[in-house]
Ligand binder design. Structure first.
Ligand code: FPP
Length: 244
């Protein structure tokens, strides 16, 4: 762990054995629908290709010694999509977990869920809980999947959980500890694919000091090289920050 005194809470400087890589990377995986439309395919084909991009990105994150990878897989706004697409996304999530569980375990991946994923129904919830349990002993990389997640709802829930406490006891640390992301390292880098330049209610508190990177690549085309390029951009910004 870094013992350097830093002017912002990011823990990325001087960590990872002295490297300047991010400890915690989050991604808004956007552009599956457009990727499918460009090929005349149904949207579900874009989500399927997006699941493959998840596999590649996870591998790249582990190789680059990223400690936490947080993925926005289903926002609380996604319920507004057609029923068929919601059902496809849920099915894909269950399928991906089942198919990848052994590989995730072998690669030392721990799984954590944020958001109100219990809304997904008992069958998927049971599979999700089982996967979390099965991977709970791992420590190489924590994969955080945001499911039925919305940052404003997370902040409101945190405020409610702290409401009974004396005002003096509520500081930034107490607030951070009441969020779904409690205990995770500070978010260093937030990437959004597909050229959209919005946070869309994702990790609003956690992104306070993160580097934000918006790339034109549609999510299904995102791969190991794209991840490495994002880390390169992050490191270049860190060097500029450190040189001030
Ligand atoms: C955004 O593209 C993507 C999503 C809403 C879903 C992301 C889900 C996956 C990549 C599937 C599997 C996830 C895991 C963790 C295994 P969009 O549909 O909004 O694309 P568009 O903006 O081009 O329409």
């Amino acid at each position: 762990m870094s013992s350097a005194v830093e002017t912002r809470p990011s823990t990325s400087l001087g960590t990872n054995g002295g490297g300047d890589g991010p400890r915690h990377v989050a991604i808004i995986m956007d552009g599956n629908g457009r990727w499918a439309a460009q090929r005349g395919l149904p949207r579900v084909a874009g989500h399927r290709a997006g699941a493959e991009a998840v596999r590649k990105t996870l591998r790249a994150a582990a190789e680059h010694q990223v400690e936490v990878l947080t993925l926005y897989a289903f926002s609380s706004e996604n319920w507004r999509r057609p029923e068929e697409e919601v059902s496809d996304l849920k099915g894909l999530l269950g399928y991906y977990l089942e198919r990848e569980l052994d590989a995730l375990d072998k690669e030392g991946v721990r799984l954590r869920l944020i958001g109100d994923y219990r809304a997904f129904g008992p069958e998927l919830v049971a599979r999700l809980d089982k996967a979390v349990e099965r991977l709970s002993g791992n420590s190489r990389l924590t994969l955080v999947v945001a499911l039925n997640y919305g940052a404003r709802a997370e902040l409101v829930a945190a405020a409610k959980s702290l409401a009974g406490q004396p005002a003096e006891a509520i500081d930034e640390a107490a607030f951070a500890a009441a969020l779904d992301t409690a205990g995770l390292p500070e978010l260093d880098l937030l990437i959004r694919t597909s050229g959209e330049v919005r946070l869309s209610n994702f990790l609003l508190w956690q992104a306070a000091y993160a580097e934000l990177l918006f790339v034109p690549t549609l999510w299904p085309d995102f791969d190991e090289a794209c991840f490495a390029a994002a880390l390169g951009e992050f490191s270049a910004r860190q060097r500029r920050f450190g040189g001030r």
